[in-house]
Structures are given as C-alpha cells and as structure tokens.
Design a protein. Structure first.
Length: 204
C-alpha cells in the first residue's frame, strides 16, 4: 500500500509539473506572437524558431570561415606576387631581349624563382597559369616574327616599284625630248629672200 501511495504521489507531481510547463509554453507563445505583431489566434511554434535560429547560426559560422579562408588565400597570393616580383622582371627582360624561352627553361625558372605553396593543387594551378602565359607569349612572338618578315618583303617590293616608276618616268621624259627634236627636224626651213624681193615686200 505504501508503494502504491508513493507511486500515485509521484504521478500527481509529474502531472502538476507537466501542466505548469504547458502553461509556460502557451504564455511564451502568446508573448512572442504579440512581440511579432502577429495574429493572437495563431500560436507560433517556438521550437521551429529555435531550430531555425540554430541553423542560421551554423550557416553564419560557415560563411565566416569561408570569408577568413578567402582572405587568407588573397593575402598569400599577394605576398607571393610581391616576393617574386623580381622573377617577373627577369622574365620580362628575357622576352624584351628577343630570345624565346623553351618549355623546359620556363619550368626551370619556375622551380628556381617561385616558392612552392603548401597545397599541391595551388602549386599545379600556378604552374598551369604560368605555362599558359608562356604559350601565349610564344604565339605572339611567332606572330610578330612573321609580321616582320612580311614587312621586309613589302618594303623590298615597294622599293622595286619606286625604282621601276623612276625608270619609267625618266624613259618617258627622254621619249618626249626625242619626239620634240624629231618634230623640229621635220619642220621646213623658211626660204632665204634676195635683196630685191625684200625691198618689194617692205614697200608693201
């Protein structure tokens, strides 16, 4: 009997505690609904709001971590560019001197001049970018070389045309002079008048 009474008492205490929690839950929902200016008849699910809040906090932490990671990568790339600016200058001097680097020479230059990053993926990306830039410069250098050869051919052709034009002009002038001389030669010489004829003409 004592055990039964004890169990009944515990049950009543649990029911009272349950009812109190229900009352608190209902009051909290009503107060929250009033704060949000919602419909008082519609009870807001606090658990849903709390779970959504936890989800948003997790997403915010992930975004903060991604932002910090991006800033760290940007700072690392900036330091890498500033540290190895002299390597770019050396590469520019070689290109401006007119010599063309081979693929192996570029790889050796990268190995000697650049600090290899900790990540192999970043290392491969940087090397791929550098090799792509080298190939682009090489193609442009070949194009410029062909353009120079074409310009030389055109210049020699223009010189030949100018020479031919000068010779044609000189020949034309010589032909005109010869034609004028021939016309003068074919012009009849006026007859020489005697003195009596001259006097008769003058008297007229």
């Amino acid at each position: 009997d004592n055990d039964l009474k004890l169990i009944v008492c515990q049950k009543e205490e649990l029911e009272i505690e349950r009812d109190s929690f229900k009352t608190k839950y209902s009051k909290l929902n009503q107060e929250l609904n009033k704060m949000l200016n919602g419909n008082e008849k519609h009870v807001i699910d606090i658990e849903h709001i709390l779970s959504e809040n936890r989800y948003l906090k997790v997403k915010m932490n992930e975004l903060v971590q991604e932002k910090n990671y991006a800033l760290a990568n940007a700072s690392k790339y900036k330091d890498l560019l500033q540290t190895h600016r002299s390597a770019y200058n050396r590469l520019g001097k070689v290109q401006s001197s007119g010599t063309v680097l081979t693929h192996k020479q570029v790889q050796n230059l990268l190995k000697q001049s650049y600090l290899v990053p900790a990540s192999p993926e970043i290392d491969n990306d940087l090397r791929s970018i550098a090799e792509a830039l080298y190939e682009n410069l090489k193609d442009k250098n070949v194009t410029i070389t062909h353009q120079r050869k074409t310009n030389k051919v055109l210049a020699s052709r223009v010189a030949e045309l100018e020479k031919l034009l000068a010779e044609t002009s000189f020949s034309s002038k010589s032909d005109q002079t010869n034609t004028l001389i021939n016309l003068l030669d074919r012009t009849p010489t006026p007859p020489i008048l005697d003195s009596a004829t001259s006097q008769f003409i003058n008297s007229l």
